[in-house]
Design a protein around this ligand. Structure first.
Ligand SMILES: [Zn+2]
Length: 208
């Protein structure tokens, strides 16, 4: 193997290592898998990745990603006037939102923070979309009655919940918006992304 080829493999391995939950060995396996792919499939994959940012937009209201449509800035959930705009469900990631949507147990609106806060995070306000959330809470119509904090039931999720509660609490109190938390009926450490519909339904129904 030539040195330049090694460099490409190493570079791609490094890129895969930045993916959530991927360690160095798995990253390397991905690279060798790509090398074993048929060239047509590999081209299709690389074209899809290349066009991703052009064909996907980020919602100006909830910040989730959705298939791009010219001159449309809000996703189909935020543009759907039949949804209950008295409820705002705060989740960390797009996959959490998808999981709640799939369970068909919730008909309100969402806000995606883009992540959670590690306990020792030095720059929490840049790590999650706190400013956007504050703006949204400030500018929401009077219809908004409740903000549901839907973070995973682990240390990082709970830390994120209390941080957000502390930051938006005063605005919410002023506007008469209740802040609630998903019920802890589920086992500690439960992740929204993998929760089944019944678990989600109970967590929502018994929120406090
Ligand atoms: Zn949206």
């Amino acid at each position: 193997m030539t040195t330049s080829k090694m460099t490409k493999i190493e570079k791609l391995t490094e890129l895969f290592r930045q993916f959530p939950g991927i360690g160095p060995r798995q990253a390397q396996r991905f690279v060798y898998f790509l090398l074993s792919m048929r060239s047509e499939d590999l081209s299709e994959l690389s074209e899809t990745i290349g066009s991703l940012s052009k064909e996907v937009s980020q919602c100006s209201s909830c910040f989730r990603f959705f298939p791009a449509v010219e001159n449309r800035y809000k996703c189909e959930i935020c543009s759907d006037t039949s949804r209950d705009n008295s409820l705002l469900f705060i989740v960390a990631k797009d996959v959490d939102l998808e999981s709640v949507e799939k369970s068909r147990t919730y008909g309100g609106l969402y806000f995606v923070t883009g992540g959670t806060l590690p306990l020792n995070e030095k720059n929490p306000d840049n790590k999650i979309r706190l400013k956007n959330l504050i703006d949204r809470t400030n500018t929401e119509s009077q219809n908004l009655r409740e903000i549901i904090l839907g973070f995973n039931l682990n240390a990082e999720g709970e830390h994120t919940s209390s941080y957000i509660e502390e930051k938006i609490g005063p605005i919410a109190a002023k506007k008469g918006i209740k802040i609630s938390f998903l019920a802890r009926g589920l086992s500690t450490g439960a992740e929204l992304e993998y929760a089944d519909s019944t678990t989600l339904k109970n967590a929502l129904k018994n929120r406090t």
